[in-house]
Ligand binder design. Structure first.
Ligand code: SF4
Length: 466
């Protein structure tokens, strides 16, 4: 688990959620627990599981890590062969318990539960419209909008999903559990990942393929943009909720969010990061002695940089894995102490050296500044910071917690100014073109680097005014 993503409520960006589902396994809730464990890096604030025994949908959820929310006794109460689960890092909607997922619907037409990764960008408009028509929302999460849309539509459950999804804009990977079926839906731009795998006599769905390994499921394929997967006793079936699709996978999934052992759209995350490090090294015009990576998500890029530059790869920063969320503190001083507790520079490695320090991204700049300071205090002669992504200059509205310019230092400072701010001897980023070259695909969302958004932003557009 990449626990550094937790310290980083102050310095890094956070993915909002991970979703997981199991169809037709005798220990569905227990397997979902293990699947969510593998997705814990995608959200550490809350977790939940809903299960179905063919008659009744049951749900348990709470705030905290998956191991804090669940124990074997609770898992035993979640009976049935089908289950879905969710890990959450809350931004849109806040962290009230009403927004913790799965969201449950107990309607006379049937019970169902929903989990969601992403952000519906027209949720506000749809909610206002439905409230004016008499709908009452339980929480403030954008995910609840899908539930109300489904309930308002007529036809079979599949038809209702199709009509409801056609009204949604933005990023979503939904899994829906009814008493006897599982549905999975990916937005028409393919912004958030969702894959499907075979599991003995059943099936498995996950935000990331790394969770398939832990339950011994065999990857089948990614759910396509605009596609609905239905799993029932008749087996697996697919239909499109729209034909107007494109593939704009979030580039940050490869750069930072996803686990290195996951594959997204057929590209292994570790390999993508490693090649981005190689591309960075080809841009080099400075001399150095060693290459180090900021653990853990930048280590693959640092390996690639070392390979292409011929400089030795060293462990120059050590992460203390036992600093938990307790150390996420509200004040700047406490946060600075938190980073010192979290990362240590290895004096004997970096002292007297010209160090190339590879990191995946810079958000607020404060974390990079503290790491450069740690390395210099440990005796590094020069610290050249190389970033395996373009500068993040614009907010994300697709399920990542950078939704204001204030949070993004690259929206205010150019590369030279930022280099001076973090105290580095030089600073370089990849360009969008170099990133596409590294990942060998142009099927990427790069909105937060370019400001060219994949969708209409509706009222969220107001946040673009600096
Ligand atoms: S704007 Fe950036 S973080 Fe958001 S989906 Fe696009 S690439 Fe990912």
């Amino acid at each position: 688990m990449e626990l550094e993503k937790t310290y980083f409520l102050n310095g890094k960006i956070n993915e909002e959620c991970g979703v997981f589902g199991i169809y037709n396994a005798s220990d569905a809730a227990s397997l979902t627990y293990f699947g969510l464990h593998a997705l814990q890096h995608r959200g550490q604030e809350a977790a939940g599981i809903a299960s179905s025994d063919g008659e009744k949908v049951r749900c348990y959820k709470g705030k905290g890590l998956i191991t804090e929310v669940f124990n074997p006794q609770i898992i035993d109460t979640l009976t049935g062969n089908n289950a879905i689960g969710h890990v959450r890092y809350s931004t849109e909607g806040g962290n009230e318990i009403e927004n913790v997922q799965p969201l449950m619907v107990r309607a006379h037409t049937g019970h169902f539960a929903v989990v969601h990764n992403g952000q519906v960008v027209n949720a506000h408009e749809l909610k206002m419209q439905m409230e004016n028509e008499g709908s009452i929302f339980q929480g403030s999460s954008d995910s609840e909008v899908l539930i109300h849309l489904i309930q308002k539509e007529v036809g079979s459950f599949s038809e209702k999903i199709k009509k409801a999804c056609n009204k949604l804009e933005g990023a979503f990977a939904f899994i829906i559990l009814t008493k006897d079926c599982l549905y999975a839906i990916r937005d028409k731009n393919g912004l958030r990942p969702l894959s499907i795998a075979k599991l003995d006599e059943g099936y498995c769905l996950s935000s990331e393929t790394c969770a398939f390994e832990i339950v011994n499921a065999k990857f089948i394929r990614d759910v396509e943009p605009g596609e609905v997967v239905k799993i029932s006793k008749e087996g697996l079936s697919f239909f499109k909720y729209t034909e107007y699709t494109q593939n704009k996978m979030c580039a940050m999934e490869y750069i930072y969010f996803a686990r290195p052992d996951s594959n997204i759209d057929g590209i292994n995350v570790h390999t993508a990061r490693r090649i981005s490090g190689q591309v960075l090294a080809k841009l080099e015009d400075h001399e150095g002695d060693i290459v180090i990576g900021v653990p853990d998500s930048s280590l693959s890029a640092a390996i690639g940089y070392s390979e292409a530059s011929g400089l030795p790869y060293e462990i120059g920063l050590i992460k203390n894995r036992y600093v938990g969320r307790t150390f996420i503190q509200p004040t700047q001083k406490q946060r600075e102490r938190g980073v010192r507790m979290k990362l240590s520079a290895v004096k004997s490695i970096v002292s007297g050296k010209r160090v190339f320090m590879i990191d995946d991204s810079i958000v607020r700049g404060t974390t990079s500044k503290r790491i450069v300071q740690l390395l210099k205090e440990a005796g590094a002669k020069e610290v050249h910071v190389r970033i395996g992504s373009p500068a993040i200059t614009h907010p994300c509205f697709y399920g990542v917690d950078t939704s204001t310019y204030d949070e993004l230092i690259s929206s205010r400072l150019n590369v030279d100014e930022l280099c001076a701010f973090i105290g580095a001897d030089s600073l370089k980023f990849l360009t969008i073109q170099q990133l596409e070259e590294a990942f060998k695909t142009k099927n990427l969302c790069t909105s937060c680097f370019s400001g060219h958004y994949v969708t209409n932003l509706f009222s969220l557009q107001d946040k673009l005014i600096k």
